[in-house]
Design a protein around this ligand. Structure first.
Ligand code: AMP
Ligand code: MG
Length: 523
C-alpha cells in the first residue's frame, strides 16, 4: 500500500506558534504501509500551556539527540502533540485482546498516537505519544494519561533498559495542567515512547477474531520481514515466528523474575511481539520478598502475581498460537479433523520450547546472581535444592529482595564471621546460617575466587531499582512543579549496578509510609 500522508502532514501544523523542531533522523512509513485496516490516521488533541517534565538522555541518544534537546524550539510542542511536524504521519492502531483471562474484543491505541518511524543509526524507532487525546479506540475513556503514571512509565522504561531488560523506551514527558478525572482530579501528561515496533499479541488476535486471514498474514509478514528476517528461510516461517516469540517471551519473563519485577497487567494486549516489556501501569519491584506478591491493587484474584508471571506468559502464548493458527490451517481444511489436529500440534510444538527456555534462562540468571558456575554435566537440577531453600527462606522471612542479592555479593566462601551485612536482613539468623553453609560449600567446591565473584555478582544484582516509594516521591515533587527529583532518580536508575555514594538513600529499605501505597489500573 502506498504511503499517503495526510494533507496537513505535509507542513508543520502548529497550534502553538512555536518554531519547528529540527530532527537528526529520517522517517519511513513502517507500520503505516500496512493499510487502513490496521490503523486510523488522526491528529493529536492539543493540551494547553505544556511544560517539559524531563528528557531521558539515553533514549534521546537513540534518536541522535543529546540531553539538552528538551530546550530546543518546538520540542515541547511536538512531544505533547500540539505541533505535528512534517515528518510525522500520526496513526492509532487497532488491536484486541484477552484481559484478565477473558476475551475483551476490540481495544486498540485508546490514547497512544504513533507519530512516525524514525530510521536512525541505532535502528528503527517508532515514536509514540501516550496520552495525546481521543482516538477511535478510546471507548469510554478520555485519551489522556496523568502525570503520576507518566512519570512511573518514564522512569521504569529507562530503569529496565539500564538493567538490561528488553523494553520500550521513554524519550520525554511533557505535562499540562489540563485536569483529568481518575479517582481524584489529576493533571495531564504525554510520555513519548520508543520501540522498534509496538505490535502486540493483541494485534494478531484482532484479525484472527475477524477471520481476516489476509490481514493476519500481512501483519505476520511485516513482523518477520522487518524484525526477524532470518525466519524467512525457515520451512514454516509463521510457526517459526510463534516459536521465536515464545523464546523471547521466556527470556523476558525469566529476567523479570530475576530482578523482582512484577508487570501487573499481563493481558495479551500488553504483550509485545518482540518480547519487550511494554505498557508500564501498576507494575512494581519486590520489596520484602513474597512469592505471591500482587502489585496491582485492581488484580483482586492475583492472576498476575509475581509467581504467576511465567505461567501467564505461557497462557498468553496459547492465545497468540490460537490467533496464528489460520496461517497454517487454511479455512477449507479447518473442518477436517486430521488437518486440524496436525495444525494444532504444530502450534503446540512452536510454543512448547517456552518451558525449557524459561527454565534455562531462570537457572542462568539465578546462578549468575549467586555467582555460581554451571554445574558439571550442565544439569540445572543440581542447583534446584539450593535455590528452592533460598526462596523458602526469603519468602518465610520477607527479606528485602534487592538488598538481599546486593549484600550477598560480598559474602566470603571461607569465613562465616563476615556474613553480617546479609545475615542481618534475616530475623531468624539460624535459618540463614544453615542455608549459607550449603551455599559456601558449593562455592568452595567450585573453588570460587571471592574477589572475582563479587565483581561478577555486583554486575547482575542491582543496587538501585524503581521501588514504588521512590517513584511516589518524584511524583509528589513533580505535582509541585519541581521536576528535579524525577531527573535525579532517572540518573541514579540509569546506573543500577554502580555504587553511587551520594545516592545511598535510594537503595535503602522502603520507609513505613510506603506500606500504604497502592497502584492500580487507574492511570
Ligand atoms: P491498559 O490497561 O493501560 O493496557 O489499557 C487497556 C486498553 O484501554 C487499551 O486499549 C488502552 O488504549 C485503553 N485505555 C486505557 N486508558 C485509557 C484512556 N485514559 N483513554 C483511552 N483509552 C485508554
Ligand atoms: Mg495496554
Amino acid at each position: 500500500m502506498p504511503h499517503t500522508p495526510l494533507p496537513n502532514a505535509l507542513h508543520d501544523s502548529d497550534t502553538s506558534g512555536a518554531a519547528a523542531l529540527a530532527v537528526p533522523f529520517t522517517t519511513t512509513p513502517g507500520f503505516s504501509t500496512l493499510g487502513e485496516k490496521f490503523f486510523t490516521r488522526l491528529q493529536p488533541t492539543p493540551l494547553p500551556s505544556p511544560y517539559l517534565v524531563g528528557v531521558a538522555p539515553a533514549a534521546a541518544a537513540l534518536l541522535g539527540w543529546d540531553a539538552g534537546v528538551g530546550a530546543e524550539p518546538g520540542f515541547v510542542e511536538t512531544f505533547v502533540g500540539n505541533q505535528v511536524p512534517h515528518w510525522a504521519d500520526p496513526i492509532a492502531t487497532v488491536y484486541s485482546g484477552h484481559q484478565f483471562g477473558i476475551w475483551a474484543g476490540q481495544l486498540g491505541d485508546g490514547r497512544a498516537i504513533r507519530l512516525a518511524q524514525a530510521d536512525t543509526a541505532t535502528g528503527p524507532w517508532e515514536i509514540q505519544l501516550k496520552g495525546a487525546g481521543l482516538t477511535p479506540y478510546s471507548r469510554m475513556a478520555d485519551g489522556r494519561a496523568v502525570l503520576r503514571s507518566s512519570i512511573r512509565e518514564y522512569l521504569c522504561s529507562e530503569a529496565m533498559a539500564a538493567l538490561g531488560v528488553p523494553t520500550t523506551r521513554a524519550l520525554s514527558i511533557v505535562g499540562s495542567d489540563a485536569p483529568v478525572r481518575r479517582e481524584t482530579i489529576e493533571t495531564s501528561a504525554v510520555v513519548t515512547r520508543l520501540a522498534p515496533t509496538f505490535v502486540r499479541f493483541g494485534h494478531f488476535e484482532h484479525f484472527a477474531a475477524h477471520d481476516d486471514v489476509a490481514s493476519l498474514r500481512q501483519l505476520a509478514d511485516f513482523v518477520i520481514d522487518n524484525f526477524m528476517p532470518a525466519l524467512r528461510d525457515e520451512a514454516q516461517p509463521y510457526q517459526a515466528l510463534l516459536r521465536e516469540v515464545s523464546l523471547r517471551t521466556a527470556d523476558l519473563v525469566a529476567h523479570w523474575q530475576a530482578i523482582g519485577f512484577c508487570h501487573g497487567v499481563m493481558n495479551t494486549d500488553n504483550m509485545s511481539i518482540l518480547g519487550l516489556t511494554i505498557d508500564y501501569g501498576p507494575f512494581g519491584f519486590l520489596d520484602a520478598f513474597d512469592a505471591n506478591h500482587i502489585c496491582n491493587h485492581s488484580d483482586t484474584q492475583g492472576r498476575y502475581a509475581y509467581s504467576q508471571q511465567p505461567q501467564v506468559a505461557f497462557w498468553n502464548l496459547h492465545c497468540l498460537a490460537q490467533a496464528l493458527l489460520p496461517l497454517w490451517l487454511p479455512a477449507e481444511d479447518a473442518g477436517k479433523e486430521g488437518a486440524r489436529d496436525a495444525a494444532i500440534e504444530a502450534a503446540r510444538a512452536a510454543i512448547d520450547p517456552f518451558r525449557d527456555r524459561y527454565a534455562a534462562a531462570f537457572f542462568r540468571h539465578y546462578r549468575a546472581k549467586l555467582g555460581l558456575r554451571p554445574p558439571a554435566g550442565g544439569d540445572d537440577k543440581v542447583d534446584e535444592p539450593l535455590l528452592t531453600s533460598l526462596f523458602q527462606l526469603l519468602h518465610g522471612q520477607r527479606v528485602d529482595y534487592t538488598l538481599f542479592w546486593r549484600k550477598l555479593c560480598g559474602i566470603s566462601s571461607q569465613d562465616a564471621s563476615r556474613d553480617a551485612p546479609v545475615r542481618d536482613l534475616f530475623l531468624d539468623r539460624a535459618t540463614f546460617d544453615a542455608w549459607a553453609t550449603d551455599y559456601r560449600a558449593r562455592l568452595r567446591a567450585e573453588q570460587s575466587d571471592d574477589a572475582a565473584r563479587e565483581l561478577e555478582m555486583l554486575a547482575v544484582n542491582p543496587k538501585y531499582v524503581l521501588r514504588n516509594h521512590l517513584a511516589e516521591t518524584a511524583i509528589r515533587h513533580a505535582r509541585e512543579k519541581d521536576f528535579s527529583e524525577t531527573g535525579r532518580l532517572l540518573a541514579v536508575l540509569s546506573r543500577p549496578f554502580d555504587e553511587q555514594p551520594e545516592a545511598e538513600h535510594y537503595a535503602a529499605l522502603p520507609p513505613d509510609w510506603a506500606a500504604g501505597l497502592e497502584v492500580s489500573c487507574s492511570s
